[in-house]
Design a protein around this ligand. Sequence first.
Ligand SMILES: *Cc1c(COP(=O)(O)O)cnc(C)c1O
Length: 459
Amino acid sequence: MTHDGSEALRRAAAHAQRHLAGMDLRGVAPTVGGAALIERLGRALPERGTDAAAVVDELARAAEGGLMGSGTGRFFAWVIGGAVESSVAADWLVSAWDQNAALAVTSPFAAAVEEVVGGWLLELLDLPRDASFALTTGCQMAHATCLAAARGALLSGEGWDVEEDGLAGAPRLRVLTSAARHGSVDRAVRLLGLGRRALEVVDGDDHGRLDAAALRAALDRGGPAVVVLAAGEINTGACDDFERLVPIAKERGAWVHVDGAFGLIARAGRSCAHLLEGVDGADSWASDAHKWLNVPFDCGLAFVRDRAAHRAAMTGGGAYVASSEEVRDQIDWNTEWSRRARAVPLYAALRELGREGVAAMLDRCCERAAALARGLGEIEGVEVLVEPVMNQFMFRAAGEGDLDRRTHELMERINASGEAYFSGTVWRGVRAIRVSVVNFRTSEEDVARTLAAVREAAS
Ligand SMILES: *Cc1c(COP(=O)(O)O)cnc(C)c1O
């Protein structure tokens, strides 16, 4: 047995390079299903060990056909994104270093990288520079983190200490939001013990953008409230009118939280940043680096204006506090105790791209989304449902017959071709195919190949 793991690591590097190099040669969709993969992996717990390098080879073989080509430039389903080169390599280092990024004392380096990255992000996204931040597993836990801070601060305003006394007997919190909100908001509300009934839908337009008068009326009914606004609605990329809505909410003492899983990132670009004017007036922001900042999973982002509320909601209890005066303990800002040093790949990506490179990547994605929409609009039997304002939009089958069924079949044919991959959605009661362009790899050639595949599938 080697102690440096060199053979296993060498083989992992070779398999990884082959995987990345073959991205445009393979189909985008997986070709092997879950049951066959379980068979391939062998169901029984192994009695005896296997040589480390052989394990790596086995894994690479077992994965063949079972991986989704979500790293390619022709993958447009959900909102997933790729991973820029240095971030993948940095992620390998994180595993080799195997640091526990809980506290400054368990890994000064992990704590330092995270502190630097947090400052960079506030600057990149132009949020209040003295806001606090946390790197979470995803936007889901970023919501939970931010809304925990909101819960504590709002209830404290009502004379209730939720960290000491819990929620039993507490004043009820209201969560005012759009019917088009992402499901992760609901789950965060449930996890925090606020209950689904805390959610109140405020009227909005077709894109889920809240109506100012409706929001004002809802807030005037009284009671401590969080207003959840969207920076990037999942189907259309639409953003709430922050300049209008944030002051209405703040004047009435509400906490404004922003779901900006992908859309908040557009603030670092040029072409779509105007959609986010006034977003910095909010109280908390949840986003993702693993989507549009193109780092490997998982890396979510939480930012909170009221640092004290954030820390009070998350603090690890103080047993380790003041382990370092020089750098913060991550445990005081996250839901996790032990955790991966996920700041390291993000540091690498931001170094590799720089502010200029990030902006160029974001603008490129928006441009490619517009080019796809233009091209799709010219295809017979296809209709663009909503033109992109950012990086997301929808199309669907056009013409005669059962259009919902035809839309579904069109998507299945495109996905089966292996040339491109889309996911479906329902918008205003009709089936649609959603397009999300968040991958740094998506090139003009990818757009052309995708349009050819749609043309073929539609004919
Ligand atoms: C993806 C997404 C989420 C959830 O983010 P995760 O990183 O998957 O937890 C929340 N809101 C929106 C708008 C999203 O697109």
